[in-house]
Design a protein around this ligand. Sequence first.
Ligand SMILES: Nc1nc2c(c(=O)[nH]1)N[C@H]1C(S)=C(S)[C@@H](COP(=O)(O)O)O[C@H]1N2
Ligand SMILES: [Mo]
Length: 538
Amino acid sequence: MTAVESHEERTVPDHPRWYGALAGVLAALVALIFGELVEAISDSIPGLVLGMGEWILDITPGRAAREGIENLGSNAKGSLLPGITIVALLLAALLGDLARRRSIWFSVAGFAVFGLLGGFTTARNPQSPAFASWFWAIVAAGLGVATLVLLLTRMHRPTRLAGVLEDPRDPRATRRAFLSWSAGAGAVAVTGLAVADRVEGRSAAEIARGELDVSDFGATTSVPGASPVAVPDPITPGSFDEIDGIGRFITPNDTFYRIDTALSVPQVDPDSWSLSFTGMVDNPYTLTFEEILAMDLEEQVVTLSCVSNEVGGGLVGTATWLGVPITTLLERAGVQDGAEQFVGRSVDDWTAGFPLDVLDDGRNAMLAVAMNGEPLPIIHGFPARLVVAGLYGYVSAVKWIEEINLNTWDGFNGYWVPRGWSKLGPIKTMSRIDVPRHRTDIPAGPTAVAGVAWSPPRGIQRVELEFNVDDGWHECEIAAPGTDETWVQWKYEWDAPPGEHVLRVRAIDGDGELQPLGPKSVAPDGAEGWHVHQVRAT
Ligand SMILES: Nc1nc2c(c(=O)[nH]1)N[C@H]1C(S)=C(S)[C@@H](COP(=O)(O)O)O[C@H]1N2
Ligand SMILES: [Mo]
């Protein structure tokens, strides 16, 4: 150890390249983690990485967005934030290296750009306070620069550090000093991250939601004897829920698919939230959460599907929704002649629109406040969302809604329309095989083939199953519960002969229309095709 030290103090070597890079990375970590602290403490200011991610999502045009984001429950959205972090750290490494070799001013300029970008991207979030977002982003960048200067001045030869520490033999400037200060900066960053994690706490939305009791929802006490909210049994009577592996008739909240563009789930405090009716209405008005809860609420079972659901996919589910019919709300607003489009907008400025005349057939369309006997889960739109039977979510099912705007058809395009998705989004007839699973071996002999099929609001008249291509179609049994607005469960008690089988399913809707054979992929208006499972009976 002493030998190494004396060697180091005798020579004045150029430091390894990575010293500068390391200093840059640590400086960036300090800045980014400071941003995480701000996010954790404020509840409304996004972190620097998150703000950047939101901005990138918003400016991503058509094709990329179409493939990635509409259904980025996991993939693209999941890798965006780590990706941004890595790019930021790589850039910071470059800046640190430049600072070591050339001038500190390169990295001051670089961090200033980071700070401005951070201020811009965090302030543009519709829920964040603009001034505070800018302020804290600039403070974060300043901390980054300070860290970098501190570390670089611990080095042997900070020759062009703008005048700081000219003497290469300054006793404070040794390789060891640099490394221990770096370790210190790293420790500060790690501690900051741990603290951010600790103080994150529960949002006002989570606290308020926890205090709600769905049995208090609705002006339902006036209907003696009628329970306003039927919390569905785990197993729906008359359903095929007992079949192992089938999509349950009522999808439990914790397995219900989630799709949205939100990188961080909007946390809406119902006490400071309201819903406004705007645009082509005679009486623009706003509703508070309490006012909504005091209205007559209805419970409806409706199947919701994402336009990005592939043939056989899981971006579809059925829930019991409690809410107010949209038509009731519109009556009070007084829809003007010439209004053609119903547009919903969320607190995070996501929008969806559908033709008003969709509602003419009397289908269920509601402002929902509860899902399967619980206040809406936060990821499913707390405190209120729209649910419209028979329309894909991207044109109708606005979560965290705060405005209902009536417009002409040409007067507005919802979020996904300019990004390449169809402006009209009726749900297509679809059927899915759940069991037996794809590419599995089953024992030859009696076995249940089962799944779900939906075509809201037309309903399902018949489900047919084929055991090998062009072998003929067999009618399946359909479970009793459900309406034309929900999916149905179907099953076929099959006596499986030994060998390879290609099971294929198709449905006939309530109008007698056969499910389209397709194949068509999800963009621009929903997938088409007959779902296939291959199995081997042995
Ligand atoms: N605010 C907001 N609401 C939204 C979306 C969104 O991105 N933001 N996505 C829609 C889409 S594409 C679908 S399929 C449904 C999904 O609702 P879920 O996540 O409750 O299943 O929400 C809709 N509502
Ligand atoms: Mo969707």
